[in-house]
Write a protein that binds this ligand. Structure first.
Ligand code: I85
Length: 347
């Protein structure tokens, strides 16, 4: 296909149950399938198993995930099995088990209330490294959210990793595209680019996560407790958020500056991942002031609302994906118009 992702996945054809004991314990539901605990028979080691129906979308997810595992901030894949399960072809992805749970749960569970800005910057750096790796490979994740950021273990020294490639997309930068296997007359403009609009939704999500890390509530729901209203939706669309003094007065202006560069509704003005890497708050994260944050306390207070917050975030990210798609289409139109203009000039 020349999309660079249709290479077959290296799968094992033996029954997974010969190698693993599959537990009934569900760890979560992904976009394309559910995740359960499993144990390697010979070692007794615990793993996470993602069960997917063998369809093109699942193959795409696995291919993009496999392509990303050389980054230490991406959840590792141990094995992929191809089995028939009650008449259905399935793909079974054995992953390292992330025993530390979700990012915000771990912040919430901290015994001390001493979560500070420097720690937030270190966490952000790890997420940025993961996204930079993906974007460097031409992969947009498109579902960067708290539930997809997991710690490998509990306690100090735990590594934060990104998971779920169910929405991930391989974009134009693939070399196989540069050696054309299509007749250029017929190629759709979006095949040639611009690819950055797929990437830019990851940066918006990064901005939302950074905001929550620094205060404990999301940027577009500052009047928490209130149900979703048309006004709030409009604020998301317009990128209208605030830094309420109660939680934000002591947060550094560098941090706020970076958030503003990420939560820009215009994807053309939004920072790309390389600009984020160069931003002093990320690049010199070890020198960020250790200002205490309200995050732990607010996450705890809001624990009953967290489920709603996660749902709303999901919706907001989905909306951003759609918006970006529209910008992309608009640009494609604009660029074909440019070609038309030039042609008219010649004539
Ligand atoms: N370990 N989005 C939310 C989980 N180890 N989890 C989700 N998509 C995935 C679940 C629903 C992420 O692709 C997901 C995916 C993969 C995992 C995953 C991978 C590896 C885990 C959907 C745990 C875990 C294990 C033991 C203990 C704990 C968590 O989830 C906890 F700390 F919570 F007790």
């Amino acid at each position: 296909m020349g999309d660079g992702v249709s290479k077959p996945i290296d799968t094992k054809k033996v029954l997974i149950t010969e190698d693993y004991i599959i537990s009934k314990q569900v760890l979560g539901l992904g976009i394309n399938g559910k995740v359960v605990e499993c144990y390697k028979r010979d070692t007794g080691e615990k793993y996470a198993l993602k069960v997917l129906r063998d369809v093109a979308k699942a193959r795409r997810e696995i291919t993009l995930h496999v392509k990303s595992v050389s980054c230490r901030h991406i959840v590792q894949i141990k094995d992929v099995y191809e089995n028939v399960y009650s008449g259905n072809k399935c793909l079974l992805v054995v992953m390292e088990c992330m025993l530390g749970g979700e990012l915000f749960t771990s912040i919430q569970e901290r015994a001390d209330n001493a979560f500070n800005e420097r720690e937030a910057a270190a966490i952000m750096k790890d997420i940025v490294v993961a996204i930079a790796f993906l974007h460097g490979q031409g992969i947009a994740h498109r579902d960067i959210k708290p539930e997809n950021l997991l710690y490998d273990k509990k306690g100090p020294g735990a590594i934060l990793k990104l998971t779920d490639f169910g929405f991930a997309k391989h974009t134009g930068s693939d070399k196989s595209l540069n050696t054309p296997c299509y007749t250029p007359y017929y190629v759709a403009p979006e095949v040639l680019g611009p690819e950055k609009y797929d990437m830019s939704c990851d940066l918006w999500s990064l901005g939302v996560i950074m905001y929550i890390l620094l205060c404990g509530y999301p940027p577009f729901y500052s009047n928490h407790g209130m149900p979703i209203s048309p006004g709030m939706k409009k604020r998301i669309r317009n990128g209208k958020y605030e830094f309420p003094d109660a939680e934000w007065s002591r947060v550094s202006s560098q941090a706020k500056h970076l958030i503003q560069k990420l939560l820009n509704t215009d994807p053309d003005q939004r920072y790309n991942i390389n600009e984020v890497l160069k931003h002093p708050w990320i690049d010199q994260n070890t020198a960020v002031p250790q200002t205490p944050l309200c995050t732990t306390g607010i996450l705890r207070e809001e624990i009953e609302n967290w489920v709603d917050v996660k749902e709303e975030l999901d919706r907001a990210i989905a909306e951003r994906r759609i918006d970006e798609e529209q910008v992309k289409l608009k640009n494609v139109q604009a660029s074909s118009n440019k070609l038309l203009e030039r042609r008219r000039h010649k004539k």
